[in-house]
Write a new protein. Structure first.
Length: 96
């Protein structure tokens, strides 16, 4: 709705990274991975909630992303990666 209000034409595509795009190229790719990278639960840990269910990065997620970007970006195109600092602020992960 905000894009319409601003007069900006945007096509939003939800996909498994670049699968099913049929060779299309884009000026902008926005990537928003699962928002809370929690470690796998330990034996004594309480059960996780629905909010946690999509939060584990597959091992090949970032290599697939970075390897595939040159194939889908137009010359001069931009990739934007969105990350939350929620996991860091809650001390679920350590800063490196």
């Amino acid at each position: 709705e905000e894009m319409k209000r601003q007069g900006v034409q945007v096509e939003v595509i939800q996909a498994d990274l670049f699968e099913g795009l049929g060779g299309r190229k884009f000026d902008l790719v926005v990537f928003n991975p699962p928002w809370l990278p929690l470690p796998q639960p330990s034996a004594g840990e309480p059960p996780r909630t629905k909010l946690d269910s999509g939060n584990f990065y597959p091992e090949d997620l970032f290599p697939r992303l970075f390897d595939g970007l040159p194939e889908v970006l137009n010359p001069g195109g931009t990739a934007v990666l969105l990350f939350s600092n929620h996991a860091l602020s809650r001390k679920y992960v350590e800063e490196h």
